[in-house]
Ligand binder design. Structure first.
Ligand SMILES: C[S@@+](CC[C@H](N)C(=O)[O-])C[C@H]1O[C@@H](n2cnc3c(N)ncnc32)[C@H](O)[C@@H]1O
Length: 250
C-alpha cells in the first residue's frame, strides 16, 4: 500500500536472531524513495536493538499523508513548528518530515537507549544534523522542565500502541508532551489485538481522537487495519481549571 521502493545496499553490522517478529529484517542500509519526496531517504535498519529497528507500515501511512498535506498547503506544512517524534525506531518518519518540510523550527526524534545509535546514524546518513536531533524518551518517565522535548507544536507517534504494559506510560507521555494548549498529536495505529481497546478507553478520558478522513489513502490502509488519527487534549473542566488556578497561586 505504501509508495516506497527500497533498494538494499551492502549490509552493516551483524544480525542477531531475536524472537520471531512480524517480517523480521536483516541489518542493512538502503535507500527509500517516496512518491512526492524529492530525495530518497537513506536508512540503516537493524533489529538487534529492538523491534523499532525496521520500517513499520504505519510509518509509510503517516509519511504519505504528510506528503499529500504539504502539497495541499503549497509546501508550508509545519512551518516554524517544533516537532517531537516518540517511539521513532529508525527515525524514518521524523527524517522524512524534516526533508519534506525544511521550514520546521526543530525536529526531535526519540526512543529508548538501544535505538539511539541507529537514529543518530540515520540523521547523519541524510545530512540532517542541522534540523534533527535524537534524544532518549522512555514513555512514562518524568520529563525534566528543561528537556528539549517539551513545548512541541506537533507530536508524532507511529505504531506505538502495541504493548499492553506500555499503554499507561504512553498516555502519560502524550499528556506531558501536549503541554502547549495548541499541541496536536498525529498517531498511526495498526489493530492487532482486542486488548488495544484498553488503550483507547483510557486515552479517551483525556484526549479527543479524530480520524484523518481527508487522507485520500484512508480506505486503502484501513483494509490493512491501520488508522491515522489527530489527537488533542480535552479542554479542562471547571473543577480542573479551579485546581490549576489554586496551584498557581500557592
Ligand atoms: C512498532 S515500533 C515503531 C517504530 C516506528 N515508529 C515506525 O513506525 O516504524 C515501536 C517503537 O516504540 C518504541 N518503544 C516501545 N516501548 C517504548 C517505551 N516504553 N519508551 C519509549 N519507546 C518505546 C520501540 O523501541 C520502537 O521503536
Amino acid at each position: 500500500m505504501s509508495s516506497i521502493t527500497e533498494q538494499p545496499v551492502p549490509a552493516f553490522g551483524t544480525f542477531n536472531y531475536i524472537v520471531e517478529r512480524e517480517q523480521e529484517v536483516k541489518a542493512h542500509t538502503g535507500s527509500i524513495a517516496f512518491n512526492g519526496l524529492s530525495d530518497p531517504i537513506l536508512l540503516a535498519q537493524d533489529m538487534s536493538g529492538g523491534c523499532g529497528g525496521k520500517i513499520w507500515k504505519c510509518a509509510n501511512v503517516m509519511i504519505d499523508y504528510f506528503i499529500w498535506k504539504n502539497d495541499q498547503l503549497n509546501g508550508t506544512l509545519f512551518k516554524d513548528q517544533k516537532i517531537v517524534e516518540i517511539g521513532s525506531g529508525t527515525g524514518l518518519v521524523g527524517l522524512a518530515v524534516a526533508k519534506l518540510c525544511p521550514g520546521i523550527k526543530q525536529m526531535v526524534i526519540t526512543d529508548q537507549l538501544p535505538m539511539m545509535g541507529l537514529m543518530q546514524e540515520n540523521i547523519k546518513l541524510n545530512h540532517l544534523e542541522q534540523s534533527v536531533t535524537a534524544d532518549i524518551l522512555n514513555w512514562g518517565e518524568v520529563i525534566p522542565d528543561i528537556s528539549q522535548v517539551l513545548n512541541a507544536d506537533v507530536i508524532l507517534a507511529s505504531d506505538c500502541i502495541y504493548l499492553e504494559m506500555a499503554f499507561i506510560p504512553l498516555l502519560e507521555t502524550f499528556f506531558a508532551l501536549t503541554n502547549k494548549p495548541t499541541s496536536i498529536i498525529y498517531l498511526t495505529y495498526r489493530k492487532r489485538r482486542n486488548a488495544d481497546k484498553l488503550f483507547f478507553q483510557a486515552a479517551k478520558k483525556k484526549f479527543i481522537f479524530k480520524d484523518v478522513t481527508e487522507d485520500p489513502k484512508m480506505k486503502v490502509y484501513m483494509r490493512d487495519k491501520m488508522h491515522l488519527f489527530s489527537v488533542t487534549r480535552k479542554p479542562l473542566n471547571q473543577q480542573q481549571l479551579q485546581d490549576l488556578y489554586k496551584l498557581k497561586t500557592l
